[in-house]
Unconditional design. Structure first.
Length: 485
């Protein structure tokens, strides 16, 4: 039992066997298995993200220890909580434990040890767990609990990293740091996207005239319900190809299904390979004594490892000072800051709605999400304007700006050509209309003169039906008589 639980006071203790038997006899109890019942894991099964499951397990463990519940593992403690909530001295036992737990966390907020935003993360796992046991959930006044939580801001008080900080970060001596940082900064993808990204999901986009790569298309979360497409800069694509070529030089077979980020392997005193012009693979080094087997057997790099690489690079490059007393957050987030950097830079030249689509933000407005559907060409055209702003270390930024200016001039020329074409079409329509009217007037004039000659009446006029016949409207005279002049 933790010290916090001891300070709270003694809690009624029951054995695991008693808890299991009590659960079976409860009239509204959810059926549990006979072993450890897996009550917590059964609930967490309905969460999709592994990182969310990890956080929920840790915070439920903290809550159960605070409540003084005993068990060999998390599921046993969860089972003890269910029994205690159902057979406590009164029906409000579970709510009292939750209120005491959140009150303890609020005191940490008052001492500046915890932010009000983070406090809600201690509440969510408990409510999620209790929602699977309706008899317990119905005895808890969740509305009252939520109202007791302190107000929190909907955004964090941080900033995006500067381009100087990003450049210094990319100097860290790990070959994976440049492709990682370049891609996240120029595309705005989340760090979790690396769990899905394979080499076949990166498609270069070439200029039709010069054949040079002007951008690359990324398929993010491929095969998932959240799948979407975005772009990255030529600089990012070249960093990725250099990384893949480096892997291939040590014997890895690069295919479309190769993970873009993989584990490291031994690169000294190993046998390297190269492909000749004839297409055969030969040894490129003279030292054949060692060979790194993991180079040819890559393992996908987990998201947690990517975070550790970036955090280690930030610290060793001296980009993060020690926190001052009372501060719990650094100036910019170690991974999510790249996403903020992308949005900050891109919105200087790209329509905000397009930036939100490239970021895969689905909650920025129902009308935008449901009705705004720009084509891939429109998104790419707007993205190309932002490439100079999203480029980190490319020394040929001037050439990129020239390309951007040429592209803008080309777009302006296209707009002017379209305007001239529309004006010409208007003139042609007006000319056709004038000719049509002139022809109708001439026909009407001769029809009137012919009638006057036949009747001998110099003041004779055409009837409406006669005029309709002249204009070719006699077939549906009643419908079109309002068109007759």
């Amino acid at each position: 039992m933790s010290q916090v639980a001891m300070q709270k006071g003694e809690v009624k203790k029951t054995s695991f066997a008693e808890s299991a038997s009590a659960t079976k006899t409860a009239p509204s109890a959810k059926k549990l298995s006979s072993a450890t019942a897996g009550v917590v894991e059964d609930a967490l099964m309905y969460l999709n993200a592994e990182i969310t499951k990890k956080h929920y397990r840790r915070r439920l463990e903290m809550f159960f220890e605070f409540a003084g519940l005993e068990g060999a593992n998390l599921d046993e403690k969860g089972l003890a909580f269910i029994k205690q909530a159902r057979e406590g001295l009164d029906e409000s036992w579970a709510q009292q434990q939750i209120m005491c737990w959140l009150h303890y966390q609020k005191e940490r907020v008052n001492r500046k040890e915890l932010s009000a935003n983070t406090l809600r993360n201690f509440y969510k796992p408990i409510k999620f767990f209790c929602s699977f046991y309706r008899d317990i959930q119905n005895n808890i006044d969740w509305h009252r609990i939520v109202r007791s939580l302190p107000r929190s801001r909907q955004w964090s008080n941080d900033r995006a990293p500067t381009i100087e900080e990003i450049r210094k970060l990319c100097e860290y001596p790990d070959r994976r740091i440049k492709p990682l940082v370049y891609v996240m900064c120029s595309s705005g993808i989340r760090v979790g996207a690396w769990d899905y990204l394979k080499w076949k999901h990166v498609t270069p986009i070439k200029d039709e005239k010069t054949g040079e790569i002007k951008a690359a298309k990324l398929k993010v979360y491929a095969g998932d319900s959240e799948e979407y497409e975005t772009f990255c800069t030529p600089e990012s694509y070249h960093a990725l190809t250099e990384w893949m070529d480096f892997r291939a030089s040590y014997g890895e077979e690069i295919t479309g299904d190769s993970w873009v980020m993989r584990d490291i392997w031994r690169t000294t005193d190993v046998q390297k390979w190269k492909t000749t012009k004839e297409g055969t693979t030969i040894r490129a080094t003279k030292n054949y004594n060692f060979y790194a087997p993991t180079a040819a057997n890559p393992q996908k790099l987990p998201v947690d490892s990517i975070k550790r690489i970036i955090l280690r690079a930030i610290r060793e490059q001296g980009l993060r000072a020690e926190l001052q007393d009372g501060n719990r957050r650094f100036e910019w987030k170690q991974v999510h800051g790249f996403r903020k950097w992308f949005k900050t830079r891109a919105e200087q030249v790209i329509l905000r709605s397009n930036v939100e689509l490239l970021l895969s933000h689905s909650g920025y407005g129902m009308s935008q999400t449901s009705y705004y559907r720009p084509s891939e060409y429109e998104l790419l055209t707007s993205y190309l304007r932002a490439i100079p702003l999203l480029t980190i270390n490319n020394q040929d930024v001037g050439a990129l700006k020239e390309q951007q200016q040429a592209l803008e001039k080309e777009n302006e020329d296209t707009k002017q050509a379209l305007q001239r074409l529309e004006e010409q079409q208007k003139d042609m329509r007006k000319m056709i209309l004038d000719l049509t009217r002139a022809g109708a007037d001439t026909a009407m004039y001769y029809a009137v003169e012919l009638k006057r000659v036949k009747t001998g009446d110099k003041a004779a006029k055409l009837t409406a039906r006669e005029a309709a016949a002249v204009l070719g409207l006699e077939g549906d005279f009643e419908d079109k008589k309002d068109k007759i002049v």
